[in-house]
Design a protein around this ligand. Structure first.
Ligand SMILES: *Cc1c(COP(=O)(O)O)cnc(C)c1O
Length: 426
């Protein structure tokens, strides 16, 4: 591969053109393995950012893609419908918590979040109330487009760069009680106060249920989410749950909100929706919210991307939902969680490690110093694994099909790099 061209002209996520880091050339992927151009096989610990839950190159998903591309890769969704979209939406209505029954298909996670915020704004407009604020949590992550970024942690996403353009929303302190800890009622106080003072201008509360992903890999207590739902009900506010990272089994439940038995008014899904094959997302809401939105001045929901409901993506997503419905994800994520519980605590003996935590198929090692990305990435690859940390977080969300010996290889590799000084910045 022409890596020189790549380094010179191709912009990778969150990278500098002044000092671009070298990327590793992948030539194929199968099961839990990513194959590099030189033939090395890496055990994947990332599921390509939460998405490849069934592993790569899956025969069922391949077959769905092949069958659909020979029939019709795309057709506009305005005025036309098709079987892959109907099949997928049927699965989504069936699998998501009861009451969520109106599906809006979108292009990516960030767009699903944009759509959810627009739904909430149109909802209140239709009710004749002017509400334009969202309440969300510190340390959250909801995407890179402007509205999604406006409810993402202001420091992590550097709101200061976009001041004057970016809408300003209300941020409550993120929950501190871990998933496995005893619930501390003080956790909810800040959000409670902020709602008490601002509820009349708030359209909705938006947050990631149970696991705050890219904003800090924080795994919090279900009671927090229960309280948030109660407060939303008390003030008549909409609750938007962003399950783009947590959805489809990742936390050991099909949706993370099930840990708290909470049902949102609007749910965002993406990432694993197509099993990591292509980009597709969905925003799913209740009949009440949808009908209220459509009873307003516009008479409809004001959104409709060109590639909405792309049949190829829907066909693969639908096949991915069928794989989930077979139910193996339950024992698979349970087994991965057991491996994490068995192997992660030993890492605490290394003085570089501040904390280890896990839930379902998510495992996190938080270090005291930030990683040296270039050095640590190289050492992981040398050990035959693909793990991409950020800041002080070395984290894993492996494909569900990973076996105990794969998880052990990932954790052994982490155990090794945390002993190496040049993998960390001071
Ligand atoms: C990744 C992510 C998004 C954004 O999805 P993209 O497909 O990258 O636009 C939004 N919310 C959460 C919780 C995510 O993890």
């Amino acid at each position: 591969m022409d890596l020189e061209f790549d380094q010179k002209h191709v912009w990778h996520p969150y990278t500098s053109t002044i000092s671009p880091l070298k990327c590793y050339p992948a030539s194929s992927a199968k099961g839990v393995h990513i194959e590099l151009e030189d033939g090395r096989q890496l055990i994947d610990g990332m599921s390509s950012w939460w998405s490849a839950i069934h592993g790569y190159n899956h025969p069922t998903l391949n077959e769905a893609a092949h069958a659909q591309i020979d029939r019709m890769s795309h057709v506009m969704f305005g005025g036309i419908t098709h079987q892959p979209a109907i099949d997928l939406c049927k699965s989504l209505v069936e699998m998501t918590p009861k009451g969520l029954e109106q599906v809006f298909l979108a292009d990516s996670g960030s767009v699903a979040v944009e759509v959810s915020l627009k739904m909430a704004l149109q909802y209140w407009h239709a009710k004749g109330e002017k509400r334009s604020k969202f309440l969300t949590l510190r340390d959250g992550y909801h995407g890179d487009t402007f509205a999604a970024m406006s409810v993402t942690d202001p420091d992590n996403s550097m709101h200061s760069l976009y001041k004057g353009f970016l809408p300003e929303h209300i941020f409550a302190t993120s929950p501190n009680t871990g998933f496995w800890d005893n619930w501390n009622p003080e956790d909810i106080e800040d959000l409670e106060h902020k709602l008490e003072h601002n509820h009349k201008e708030v359209a909705a509360v938006i947050l990631e249920p149970i696991v705050q992903g890219a904003g800090g890999m924080r795994i919090y207590h279900p009671e927090y989410l229960k309280r948030v739902r109660k407060l939303c009900d008390q003030y008549g506010l909409l609750l938007i749950l962003d399950e783009i990272a947590t959805g489809f089994g990742r936390t050991g439940k099909l949706f993370a909100c099930e840990h708290a038995e909470v049902v949102p008014d609007i749910l965002c899904v993406g990432k694993a929706l197509t099993g990591g094959y292509m980009t597709l997302s969905a925003t799913i809401t209740t009949k009440h919210v949808a009908d209220t939105v459509c009873s307003g001045e516009a008479g409809c929901f004001m959104h409709g991307p060109t590639f909405m409901g792309n049949p190829l993506a829907c066909a693969v997503a639908s096949a991915s939902m069928s794989l989930l419905k077979q139910g193996n994800w339950k024992s698979q994520t349970h087994n991965i969680e057991s491996s994490f519980a068995r192997l992660l605590p030993a890492l605490l003996q290394n003085e570089r490690v501040r904390d280890v935590r896990w839930l379902g198929a998510i495992g996190v090692v938080e270090t005291k110093q930030p990683v040296n990305m270039e050095a640590i990435q190289k050492r992981f690859v040398e050990q035959g694994v693909w793990i991409r940390p950020f800041g002080k977080l070395i984290y894993m969300m492996p494909p569900f099909i990973s076996e105990a010996h794969h998880i052990k290889r990932l954790i052994d590799a982490i155990a090794q790099v945390i002993t190496e000084d040049d993998c960390f910045l001071d």
